[in-house]
Design a protein around this ligand. Structure first.
Ligand SMILES: Nc1ncnc2c1ncn2[C@@H]1O[C@H](COP(=O)(O)OP(=O)(O)OP(=O)(O)O)[C@@H](O)[C@H]1O
Length: 219
């Protein structure tokens, strides 16, 4: 569903930070993306989300070779990919409920039609009681779960999460992992970028390991 062939990336005139990446993200698959700090995990996540273009090689997303796509084609493909950013990116003037509902609102859906789905999802991530508060009042773990719910509300085919357990304590990290595993069982492909070894030890999944700009895959 996402395919990289000999992909390379450099920023400006700098050295290549990613080199010769060839791999696939299969439908319904689960993988950890790992590697030392600065190895390029965030850069690779941005390539997967089409917010960066590779400097060489081919990236094919849902059957579309991305170098042939114009800017106007990207939003439609991106809607099929959910992303949880390291810094959550919640809007502080909207409630938790409104933040999660936002991706539906921006595509013109009526609230009456989606309200129950948003409430169900908030309950699923354990934020049912917190849906009417503003993000500044949420704890780090609650913000994380709100960001996950917002990424999932459009029922994406792939979920990308960058260090989703970076700001939470170990019991909550385990809970978030269970949430991702459950999501994967329901059919979504999951890519979790993390350097948290304890997290990876809790679930036997494919590991994509970045080092010196190259990728090694442990199936
Ligand atoms: N916008 C940018 N401009 C120039 N260089 C960048 C930019 N973003 C990242 N880099 C460089 O690319 C390399 C990979 O960075 P990236 O943030 O992708 O790594 P990472 O594995 O996510 O690191 P961390 O685990 O510390 O978040 C680093 O050498 C970084 O300095």
């Amino acid at each position: 569903m996402i395919k990289f062939e000999n992909v390379g990336l450099r920023y400006g005139m700098g050295p290549e930070v990613l080199r010769d990446l060839t791999f696939e993200i299969a439908p319904r698959s689960f993988q950890f993306l790992t590697g030392p700090s600065g190895a390029g995990k965030t850069s690779l996540m941005r390539l997967l989300f089409l917010s960066l273009r590779p400097t060489r090689g081919l990236i094919t997303v849902f059957g579309h070779e991305t170098s042939r796509l114009g800017r106007a084609d990207l939003p439609q493909l991106r809607r099929r990919i959910g992303v949880v950013f390291q810094d959550f990116r919640l809007l502080d003037h909207l409630t938790t409920y409104e933040n999660v509902a936002l991706p539906l609102r921006v595509v013109g859906r009526e609230e009456a039609e989606y309200r129950a789905d948003v409430v169900d999802l908030l309950n699923w991530v354990g934020l049912g009681e917190r849906m009417h508060v503003l993000p500044p009042v949420l704890s780090g773990g609650e913000k994380q779960r709100a960001a996950i719910a917002r990424a999932l509300i459009t029922k994406p085919e792939v979920l990308l999460a960058d260090e989703p357990t970076g700001n939470v304590d170990p019991p909550l990290a385990r809970r978030l992992l269970r949430l991702f595993v459950e999501l994967n069982r329901l059919g979504t492909s999951v890519v979790i970028a993390t350097h948290d070894l304890t997290l990876m030890e809790q679930f036997d999944a494919r590991r994509m390991i970045l080092a010196d700009g190259r990728i090694q895959i442990d199936e």
